[in-house]
Design a protein around this ligand. Structure first.
Ligand code: ZN
Length: 682
């Protein structure tokens, strides 16, 4: 559960601190935003430094990149069992329709397809709510009538049955309404559309995995039960796991992934060659012991310039937290910017020892925190098109305890976000005071990158549990509490004079820019991401709302954060930054206590009180202000296109060329044509 997603980017001009990041390959006339629909903007990112890599590393990136986009269908099927037949039907219509492509209804149809591509399914990628098509079922019928069999996914079912299955799923709002339900007191499996379980109740699934954990006894190196399988009940009532592996479920896509991984192993040098081979072994066996062996080797490799994520990694999509979605990226190190994260990891013990946390819940010895800044070259699975800006892996607690973790800040992505937000007018609209806007403009970019470094590299790795506490006690609040802990650690230390001493920030203004924008986001702008009438569901958003809401309330007597209404517009202004830091420290201590002691009630109360409910009046106001500026609350990316350059005579590869011209629609259609390996029914 260790990834960081973007908050709303304010339009700040990127200030390049010397040595911060080499952006020389990133030209100014580049078109960063290339598509815009509903609450989404699609951007491009550049891959500075790729052309300068030696050929072997370019090839390694290329092969890992092919592996990264080969698992796209897995995620779609994991999100919901009808996503593949629906997507393929929509694409069949989109490619073949010869009727009016300018009508209002066609425009709505196209928008719906763009949303399905973006979310890898028919539920919103962030909120999990099912999309409501902006066209009628009757219009859909006329489109279908004009669509020949050859372009429809009839491997799912004959035409009539296909249509009879997918139409209610698309158009009946009561059916499959949310991908993941987290409401306490309901059967979370029966009420969630995700495809990780079939025919089992929540109680049965929990008992199944409790039994597995019990039979392992007090194994100090437990596998991550259920991580790579679907749990099903057979006709005779037997509950069993269908494992995702080369000769199991999702095997056709996994075969493609291992094909490219083996190519990658062929050009990699040790220790990376063996690491990639370990991953291939795991994809063949499906044995989670093999996955752990791979992770241990992977986390120890801090020297390879090219690196990757590839596998069933994050459990955000399973309401019970066992199953992981498939995700991938291929990347290489940003050597210059990594000097910054090295300073942080070299001082990890100091940060741990000085944190405002009960000494019993601090780590006596902080192990193996490695941190780097990376440039991603390809995004896939649950990192595409919406991608995290920081990642900390592996997730298994015992590997983190015994071998440490690898933490990355993805700076070419945050750079693209900042460039795309330039000139959008968002800061002028939502930040009241000129001094705050000036600070954000000058230091906002450095502040948010540093926040990501601290969150990933120190925050998630900090702290320890009390004896007898497993870490699973927080149940459905676990992710939001864990993200709160990491954010609070980052917020507390970004405003520590130690950072100036270490040369990480030139002035405390960096911290105050981050404080102002964090509180502004948590209390105000992130409301733009919530549909009217809905509560906050997503873990990172709950965490940000909870921290900001708690600090606002606790500081009210001293006017630490002030709510100002001017000309009918609401603003939140931080009046006392030092006092706010005090509150952040106090809350960090409490959240660490909650996690360390497994205090479910206190964790639930914190999240439910401050992180879930939305003030409907303020909510409507924020949406109106966003709409007036045509701002998109969510962003994602298309990948660059890589092409092997061959010597004409010998046929040997002499170079790998990268280009950035492909449109969003073209890329999605190409991926569906060339990287779609699964049947429509899995
Ligand atoms: Zn995180």
């Amino acid at each position: 559960m260790k990834r960081i997603l973007t908050a709303i980017a304010m339009s700040v001009t990127v200030f390049s601190m010397a040595g911060c990041c080499d952006k020389t390959a990133q030209t100014d006339d580049f078109q960063w935003q290339i598509d815009r629909f509903d609450d989404i903007k699609v951007m491009r990112y550049q891959v500075p430094g790729f052309s300068e890599l030696p050929l072997e590393q370019k090839l390694l990136v290329y092969y890992l990149g092919e592996a990264a986009i080969s698992g796209r269908d897995i995620l779609a099927d994991q999100n919901f069992c009808l996503n593949l037949p629906i997507r393929r039907t929509l694409e069949g219509i989109y490619k073949s329709y010869e009727g009016d492509r300018t009508s209002q209804e066609w425009t709505e149809f196209e928008k719906y397809l763009k949303k399905v591509w973006f979310a890898n399914g028919i539920h919103h990628h962030y909120s999990g709510d099912k999309f409501a098509p902006g066209f009628t079922a009757e219009y859909f019928d006329t489109l279908l009538a004009a669509t020949p069999d050859e372009v429809l996914p009839l491997d799912f079912a004959p035409r009539e049955e296909l249509v009879a299955t997918i139409k209610p799923a698309m158009f009946d709002p009561a059916l499959y309404a949310v991908r993941m339900n987290q409401t306490e007191g309901q059967d979370l499996l029966a009420t969630s559309a995700m495809n990780y379980y079939e025919g089992v109740t929540q109680a049965e699934a929990e008992a199944f995995y409790a039994g597995m954990a019990a039979s392992a006894g007090d194994d100090p190196t437990p596998i991550s039960y259920g991580l790579n399988s679907k749990l099903m009940k057979d006709a005779d009532g037997t509950i069993r796991e269908i494992v995702w592996k080369e000769d199991g479920m999702y095997g056709a896509a996994i075969k493609q992934i291992t094909f490219w991984l083996e190519k990658a192993a062929g050009v990699a040098v040790e220790p990376q060659k063996t690491i990639i081979e370990n991953l291939v072994r795991y994809y063949r066996s499906g044995d989670l012991r093999d996955f752990d062996a791979y992770n241990v080797a992977w986390v120890r490799d801090t020297l390879s310039n090219v690196d990757f994520v590839n596998g069933f990694i994050e459990n955000y999509g399973d309401p019970l937290g066992f199953k992981s979605s498939w995700e991938s990226n291929a990347n290489f190190m940003d050597t210059e910017a990594t000097k910054r994260t090295e300073i942080i990891s070299d001082n990890a013990q100091w940060f741990e020892d000085n944190s405002p946390v009960d000494p019993r819940y601090r780590k006596p010895v902080v192990k193996g925190v490695s941190a780097k800044v990376i440039t991603v070259a390809m995004l896939g699975g649950d990192c595409f098109p919406s991608t995290p800006i920081g990642i900390n892996l592996p997730n298994a607690d015992w590997i983190r305890r015994d071998h440490g973790s690898k933490s990355v800040t993805i700076e070419n992505i945050t750079y693209a976000y900042d460039k795309a937000a330039e000139g959008s007018g968002s800061a002028a609209e939502f930040v009241l005071r000129e001094e705050d806007r000036a600070r954000m403009k000058e230091w906002g970019s450095i502040g948010s990158n540093l926040h990501t470094d601290l969150h990933e590299c120190l925050g998630h790795g900090s702290g320890q549990l009390a004896p007898g506490v497993t870490g699973a006690e927080m149940r459905q609040y676990g992710s939001a509490i864990e993200e709160s802990r990491a954010d609070l650690f980052a917020l507390y230390y970004i405003a520590d004079p130690k950072l100036v001493e270490l040369g990480l920030i030139p002035t405390m203004d960096v911290a105050w820019a981050e404080y102002a924008s964090y509180m502004n986001n948590g209390l105000l702008t992130q409301l733009s991401r919530i549909a009217p009438g809905k509560n906050i569901e997503e873990s990172h958003m709950r965490n940000r709302a909870a921290i900001a809401g708690w600090c606002y309330e606790k500081g009210m007597a001293d006017n630490v954060i002030e709510k100002v209404v001017e000309n009918g517009k609401t603003y939140f202004v931080v009046n006392d930054f030092e006092a706010l830091r005090g509150l952040v420290g106090e809350l960090l201590g409490e959240i660490q206590r909650i996690k360390s002691e497994g205090d479910f009630e206190a964790g639930r109360d914190f999240i439910e009180t401050y992180g879930v409910r939305v003030d409907p009046v303020l909510h409507a106001e924020v949406i109106e202000r966003f709409t007036a500026l045509d701002l998109a609350p969510y962003g994602g990316f298309v990948n660059p296109v890589y092409e092997l350059v061959r010597d004409e005579a010998s046929g040997e590869v002499t170079d790998v060329k990268v280009t950035y011209e492909e449109s969003y629609v073209d890329q999605m259609l190409r991926y569906s044509r060339d990287y779609s390996f699964l049947p429509s029914k899995n």
